[in-house]
Ligand binder design. Structure first.
Ligand SMILES: [Cu+2]
Length: 102
């Protein structure tokens, strides 16, 4: 009986370590994309980006408006090239991370 418990404990401890390498990194965070800032409307939480292909959203290159938290906009300005992450949340396209490319 005691051996059983020891074995069980060993399995429980080993399981998470074992699972980690099998998790594909792509599943953890959607891919980032590149674009150019065309318009910023911080008051309404919107940004217009001319973007390249968005692989994770299956979207071709285009210019479009995204929702964005004003807190993410920082010192971004029109004309900046950016790397950003876009996700579809409740049917809306939302920029969830964005940073200028230098
Ligand atoms: Cu688009």
């Amino acid at each position: 009986m005691k051996r059983w418990i020891t074995l069980l404990a060993a399995l429980v401890i080993a399981a998470p370590l074992h699972a980690a390498p099998d998790t594909p990194p792509a599943a953890e965070a959607p891919a980032t994309s590149e674009g150019v800032v065309r318009k910023i409307d911080a008051a309404n939480g919107k940004i217009t980006l001319k973007h390249g292909p968005l692989a994770n959203l299956d979207m071709p290159p285009m210019t479009m408006v995204f929702r964005v938290s004003p807190a993410l906009l920082g010192a971004l300005k029109v004309g900046d090239m950016v790397r950003f992450r876009a996700e579809r949340i409740d049917g809306a396209y939302v920029v969830t991370a964005i940073e200028p490319l230098r």
